[in-house]
Design a protein around this ligand. Structure first.
Ligand code: AWU
Length: 465
């Protein structure tokens, strides 16, 4: 009987919103004695803390590059990884004294289902999105509903087999499904990826039971097995405190300046505005947003992304000239990377205008703030539906390009800070989230323990087979 440690491969999709949570999850595995080899490309290596633990190692894989700039970037990247990383991982794994006994990989890397089969180990999907969002995605790609009125901008698509039977305008479905030729090579590429995920051995969600119980149970029923784990919110809880740290990048502005600015504000008097690590506002969206902030009269921190060599933007709205002067004294503008967790956890922040990326949703929930939703794509419309219609902890500000007048947006921003009903629900969910990841038998801690126990058993079977 092997007494070697359980050893798993963790393979994130190389985008901040996907690397950050999977890295935090691997730290939770390491804290339970599991050896983890993180598969990263050189440009993501900076996100991995140096010398975190002898149990957390990295394997550097070839840096992706894109010979055909016309190809869909996601498809080009995943294709590169499948072609150039697959053989390196197989050769490396076969040479290990303690071969990996499982692979945990992002839901954009469905092809690792085949890699796991070659390595004779189970593949677990890591979902950096919630269970509601992945349930929609699985249903969409498996059942592939057709839009009977593609010319009608108000045509809808429904998911009657999901809890709460959600209905969406077709334009809110992922562009990967809507804008690629049905049955064509790209459409089939994305569909195959999701079907591999559905066929995989298990799925680990960055969510918690009290938040998405009905969707976690739905997923188990649909997959016809119980290997579905809710282990989130995976956050950097250091030494048992909830002292936040700067995740995913170095802040563009000094943490001291931000804290000093926030310290001088009344409790709950500031709204934080951010659209994630990869969303660029169009010029018209930026115009309405900044005008709305100006008219709202409230204190705010605005974090906007600026294109860099890895994040190119077809169009990106710039902060209008003179805006910072017009809001001097009540507006703090960050053009680059903001220490989001640090900001959200400050007592002065009472509301969060967010694009509803799932990491931001969880960070907003853990901070107990009211959220204003402005989803832009991907799973964000589903996340907004969960927050607004099902949980009642948020209100809608805008949806993609569908934006209210600046004066109306300003009113919604101003009102957000005074929404006591939503705030009370948000604070209750914050307590649920902290309990779930707390060390006194929280639901996510129990799920993590059950997952590690099963991984240890899988290892034993693997090592005797
Ligand atoms: P988040 O999930 O909020 O958004 P994206 O970066 O857009 O990531 C998937 O990841 C989402 O479900 C998708 O909708 C897609 C994607 N951050 C920060 O610290 N400073 C900044 O200035 C900007 C961002 C952090 C933030 C969060 C992450 C963004 C899972 O949206 O705290 O942890 O970057 O992830």
């Amino acid at each position: 009987m092997s007494t070697a440690r359980t050893h798993v491969l963790a393979y994130p999709f190389p985008s901040s919103g996907h690397v950050i949570p999977l890295l935090d999850f691997t730290k939770a595995l390491v804290s339970r004695g599991v050896q983890v080899t993180l598969l990263v490309a050189p440009y993501n290596e900076n996100l991995v803390p140096k010398n975190y633990s002898p149990l957390l190692q990295t394997l550097l894989l070839p840096e992706p590059h894109f010979p055909n700039p016309k190809q869909n970037r996601l498809m080009a990247l995943v294709t590169f990884m499948r072609q150039h990383h697959y053989p390196v991982i197989v050769d490396w794994a076969k040479a290990q004294p303690t071969p990996p006994s499982a692979i945990i990989s992002d839901f954009f890397l469905g092809w690792t289902h085949l890699l796991a089969r070659d390595l004779h180990v189970p593949r677990l999907v890591f979902s950096p999105s919630g269970a509601f969002a992945l349930s929609v995605s699985y249903s969409l790609w498996r059942d592939a509903p057709q839009n009977d009125n593609p010319e009608d901008p108000n045509s809808v698509v429904s998911f009657p087999n999901l809890p709460n039977s959600p209905i969406y305008p077709w334009w809110q479905m992922t562009h990967l499904f809507r804008e690629t030729e049905r049955g064509g090579p790209e459409w089939e590429f994305h569909r195959e990826n999701m079907l591999f995920n559905i066929d995989s051995w298990g799925v680990v969600f960055n969510t918690f039971t009290e938040l998405e119980r009905v969707y976690l149970n739905h997923m188990k029923k649909e997959l016809n097995h119980e290997r579905v784990w809710a282990v989130g919110p995976v956050l950097p809880i250091q030494n048992g405190s909830t002292e936040p740290e700067e995740r995913g990048g170095n802040s563009t502005v000094s943490r001291h300046d931000i804290m000093e600015w926030l310290d001088s504000r009344d409790e709950g008097s500031v709204i934080y505005v951010c659209f994630g690590s990869r969303t660029f506002l169009t010029s018209s969206q930026m115009e309405v947003l900044t005008r709305g902030l100006e008219l709202s009269g409230v204190n705010f921190i605005l974090s906007v992304r600026v294109p860099d060599e890895r994040h190119v933007a077809k169009e990106h709205g710039k902060v209008p000239c003179g805006f910072s002067d017009r809001v001097r004294g009540r507006g703090f503008i960050i053009e680059g990377w903001a220490p989001q967790l640090v900001i959200l956890s400050h007592r002065a922040v009472g509301a969060f205008l967010t694009h509803c990326g799932w990491n931001s949703v969880l960070e907003g929930l853990v901070s107990g703030v009211v959220m204003l939703t402005w989803p832009m794509g991907a799973d964000q419309y589903t996340n907004a539906k969960l927050l607004v219609d099902q949980l009642g902890v948020a209100v809608r500000a805008a949806e993609g390009e569908k934006v209210p007048e600046a004066s109306e947006l300003g009113k919604r921003i101003e009102k957000a800070l005074g929404r006591t009903k939503e705030r009370a629900k948000a604070e209750k969910l914050r307590d649920d989230a902290l309990r779930a990841i707390g060390n006194n038998g929280g639901s996510s801690q129990r799920e993590l323990d059950a997952l590690v126990k099963l991984l240890n058993e899988v290892k034993r079977v693997e090592s005797t087979s």
